[in-house]
Design a binder for this molecule. Structure first.
Ligand code: NI
Ligand code: MN
Length: 225
């Protein structure tokens, strides 16, 4: 499986045939090196409604017919926008899609879409191509990360480190210890001035204090696992 770091919190998972797109903020994302029109996902996952995650989701879903999975309130909004294949779920729920599944888990944050729909944010545990990937969404450090890590054997965690709107790189080290992921890819940093962070310092701190390996990806870069 390839993990393509599009930039910010946007990732694409591919296994040759199918692809899963997460939090597709591409237009207006200063880190993105591609256009939204270049992506052809079969599935789009949305952690919460903020514009830096919601991004191009309506345009991509309408163009590709991809199945979109989100929390129920946002799913209802997307249906109203004319997106055809939307599955609304809630925390604790698992949604199967061709080639995998996604489970919604808590994230401590807020969530309002650009149109104003208020809902609960989520993290996402994704089973795809034989791997378990945990996209934490936007969250602060919280105790139930340990429970999530106990419940799931995480191969790769996608962890925000930018601070200001999410956990910072120091809290993220503790989050990684609690989750116990085999590999960690930092995200949600250096997109805008308030979320400036040093991913190499995060990597050094994680690798000296936990058993996890940190892979720092530049936007547009892929990691194969
Ligand atoms: Ni957010
Ligand atoms: Mn965000």
């Amino acid at each position: 499986m390839d993990i393509n770091f599009i930039g910010h919190a946007a990732f694409e998972l591919t296994d040759g045939g199918s692809s899963v797109l997460i939090d597709p903020f591409i237009t207006g994302n200063p880190l993105a090196r591609i256009n939204a029109d270049d992506l052809n996902p079969g599935v789009i996952l949305l952690t919460h409604g903020h514009g830096d995650h919601y991004g191009d989701i309506v345009a991509i879903a309408k163009r590709t017919g991809a199945t979109v999975v989100s929390i129920v309130e946002i799913a209802t909004e997307l249906e109203g926008e004319g997106v055809e294949n939307v599955v609304g779920a809630n925390l604790g729920g698992t949604v199967a899609f061709p080639g995998g599944s996604v489970k919604l888990v808590p994230a401590w944050h807020t969530s309002t879409t650009p149109k104003g729909t208020v809902s609960t944010p989520a993290g996402m545990i994704i089973e795809f191509a034989g791997k378990t990937i945990y996209h934490l969404g936007d969250t602060c450090l919280f105790g139930d990360l340990e429970l999530i890590g106990r419940r799931h054997a995480i191969d790769i965690a996608l962890v925000p480190i930018g601070g200001h709107f999410t956990m910072d790189r120091h809290d993220a080290v503790e989050a990684v210890r609690m989750i116990g992921a085999r590999q960690v890819i930092p995200c949600h940093y250096n997109t805008f001035p308030p979320i400036k962070a040093d991913p190499e310092a995060f990597k050094a701190d994680v690798e000296t204090s936990t058993a996890s390996e940190v892979i720092v990806l530049a936007p547009g870069e892929r990691h194969t696992t």
